[in-house]
Design a protein around this ligand. Structure first.
Ligand code: GDP
Length: 350
């Protein structure tokens, strides 16, 4: 009957309204970081970056690097819950004639989104002709080995207690977590209750502007990871700017949910950002009033991708962003999110 169906519609409306309210409350109370806290974290990061830059220039003046710079969600108001990490980008300079970039799908490993960096012209410019030859493994520049060079410098040669006491911080090299794989990072305690992790991220930029970061593939340590980070961030923010949309709010809520819920931590910013971008291709309306609808849709879309075992990168559909997760992780993520669909609010009770 029409009466009961309109009653059901009203009930659904009320549920939607309350999810909408819950999402905004969660966003303001848990997700969003005050600008004061962001400022303080950026300030500490900048101090450490200056020290490192000076130290590396003095200690290894012949190391071919472009200027290091700070980057990450902290600089685009996309960080969530607490201002606790930033990336220090360290661009390496490679001689054009001595190195070439080989896309992962053209290698025997066939992994789109990853690259090999091959040493060329060894006959004319033998090993040692390039500074970065010290990081060659089997004829290829190894991201792992590059990270180790920085690790030796950063953990072995710098007097962090002395620098820290001058800056008023406690600084120590951080123990890499197993889920993060191979990383080099510094832990900076810059306030009695505030800590910042600064990750070192060596990076290469090819002539065609492909940018590769030394964050090796989970199993194939010789592969460099192509970074779509700038493209993702720029596009999301541009789309929101054009229509005053809520894509970034939706993304930040999803990031916070994954950060606060241990069962969901394998989903990272890139998974979520690309899912939002893919959803933006089919959904045009992202006004603030439809946040709850888009958020629920985002969860549903993620469940679908997890069930299919494929989440394409919005900038290159050949890249499967789930390719490093184990089938078991994919199953468990899919199951957790699937269960939340009947009660999306449960995701906010953390
Ligand atoms: P969040 O760390 O979850 O807040 O999300 P981010 O958007 O800051 O993502 C940071 C992750 O993206 C880092 O762990 C990096 O390894 C990776 N990444 C890939 N390319 C880049 C890049 O160009 N800049 C930065 N900052 N991170 C990148």
């Amino acid at each position: 009957s029409s009466r009961s169906s309109s009653k059901a519609a009203m009930q659904r409306g009320r549920m939607r309204l309350s999810l909408q309210e819950h999402l905004w409350a969660f966003y303001h109370e848990r997700v969003n970081i005050s600008s004061e806290e962001q400022q303080a974290a950026r300030h500490a990061a900048l101090d450490i970056c200056a020290e490192l830059r000076a130290f590396i220039h003095t200690k290894v003046p012949d190391m071919p690097l472009r200027d290091m710079y700070l980057s990450g969600s902290l600089y685009h108001d996309l960080q969530v819950v607490s201002a606790d990490h930033a990336q220090l980008m360290v661009p390496l300079i490679l001689e054009k004639s001595l190195w070439s970039f080989v896309p992962g799908e053209e290698t025997i490993m066939n992994v789109p989104g990853f690259w090999l960096v091959r040493r060329e012209n060894l006959e004319y410019f033998p090993r040692g002709g390039s500074y970065w030859d010290r990081c060659l493994i089997g004829g290829y520049l190894s991201p792992k080995s590059v990270l180790e060079v920085f690790e030796k410098l950063v953990t072995g040669c710098i007097n962090w207690p002395a620098i820290g006491s001058v800056l008023g911080y406690t600084v120590r090299p951080a123990i890499p977590s197993h889920t993060e794989g191979l990383t080099l990072s510094l832990e900076v305690q810059y306030d009695s209750e505030r800590r910042l992790h600064i990750d070192f991220l060596p990076l290469l930029v090819s002539e065609d502007a492909v940018s590769l970061i030394a964050k090796p593939h989970r199993e194939r340590e010789n592969l460099w990871r192509q970074s779509f980070w700038s493209a993702e961030t720029t596009r999301l923010q541009a789309l929101d700017r054009d229509d005053d949309g809520c894509r970034c709010v939706c993304l930040k809520i999803a990031k916070a949910v994954c950060k606060l819920n241990p069962a969901l931590t394998p989903l990272n910013a890139s998974h979520l950002a690309n899912a939002v971008l893919l959803l933006s291709e089919s959904e045009r309306n992202w006004s603030h009033e439809v946040l709850a609808e888009r958020f629920t849709q985002l969860i549903r879309v993620l469940v679908g991708h997890l069930e299919a075992g494929r989440l394409p990168c919005a900038f290159n559909h050949k890249v499967n962003l789930l390719c490093e997760l184990t089938p078991r992780e994919v199953d468990e993520l899919g199951y957790t999110l699937y269960c939340s669909l009947s009660d999306p609010e449960s995701l906010l009770r953390t």
